[in-house]
Design a binder for this molecule. Structure first.
Ligand SMILES: [Zn+2]
Length: 310
């Protein structure tokens, strides 16, 4: 069974379980509440009548429904007659109007990229546990990494909260250990929690995939194409540590391909790099440099390496 079928069948199992569970729970409630059972009987009778006569009496049906809801409310059991699905959009079907629902897409990304249930490193970082105190208030050169970080933190929070309306991607650059990955993780987890699909890859992972795809056997093609599609179409793609991957034409071509595709369809990315803008422009062809910096808010991180200090 391929990964997609596996994930989809897990979805079906989960949904069936919820339906069964909800049915059992409701049966117990009915046993304990004869009044409610009487309304259910009335409902059943009415729908049998519809089946027999072919006439649907909307007014009557609505009246019974309303009576039932009123009683459930009185009993403090609102919604007890329905299953509680994880996703209210597709009711855990994984599809809505024939299209893949965000909830299924999220699971597919986790499965295809081996991220586990929580989507990999993203889960550890969030705005709530962000500690501004770890940033130097005053560096040797007179700058304040902390003040700089406060600004970036605010911008990042707003970006995550307003993700769907943001037009720009983000390019975070500056020395290593200055909080780029951490803050990116905060944005990613917030955007994910808000229901968007997020894929986090290091530049090296991305390029390993590019190589594997180039040299893979034909029977793996479907799998590789699925992954490629997810990289190109997830709501937010994060490429961490750009510049650490091998510099060669194949990698550069794939990077261009991804960024060009995503910007052309209005999909955003966050790219982190230890390279300065100057180094970036030297390392990558103009068309890549301009696609990255021209479609992004370019944000500089300053300060010394936090990991070294700890
Ligand atoms: Zn869904």
């Amino acid at each position: 069974m391929d990964i997609r079928n596996q994930v989809e069948s897990l979805f079906n199992v989960k949904r069936q379980k919820k339906l069964t569970q909800a049915g059992e729970n409701y049966r117990k409630i009915l046993q304990a509440n004869p009044d409610l059972q009487a309304i259910e009987d009335e409902m059943l009778e009415a729908s049998q009548e519809v089946a027999l006569t072919g006439v649907y009496d909307e007014e009557k049906m609505d009246a019974i429904s309303a009576k039932k809801d009123k009683l459930l409310k009185k009993l403090g059991l609102q919604g007890a007659d329905k299953p509680k699905f994880d996703c209210n959009i597709c009711e855990d079907r994984g599809y809505v109007d024939g299209k893949v629902c965000q909830c299924l897409k999220k699971e597919l990304i986790n499965a295809y990229f081996n991220l586990g249930e929580n989507g990999g490193i993203i889960k550890d970082n969030n705005f709530a546990n962000f500690d501004i105190e770890i940033f130097d208030d005053q560096a040797k050169d007179g700058s304040s990494p902390r003040a700089n970080m406060e600004k970036i933190y605010e911008l990042s929070r707003k970006y995550a909260a307003n993700f769907e309306n943001e037009e720009d991607s983000l390019f975070f650059y500056g020395p290593s250990g200055t909080g780029k990955t951490y803050l990116t993780g905060c944005i990613a987890s917030e955007v994910r929690d808000r229901g968007f699909t997020v894929l986090y890859l290091t530049a090296i992972e991305l390029m390993n995939f590019c190589r594997d795809r180039q040299f893979n056997s034909a029977d793996n093609k479907d799998y590789m194409d699925q992954k490629d599609q997810m990289i190109k179409t997830c709501d937010l793609l994060i490429i961490d540590d750009l510049g650490t991957e091998q510099a060669n034409n194949m990698n550069a071509g794939y990077l261009y391909d991804i960024i060009n595709y995503r910007t052309s369809v209005g999909k955003k990315f966050i790219i982190n790099s230890n390279l300065s803008l100057m180094d970036l422009s030297k390392r990558y062809a103009d068309r890549i440099f301009s696609r990255i910096t021209g479609n992004s808010k370019n944000i500089e991180f300053i300060g010394s390496n936090l990991r070294m200090k700890r």
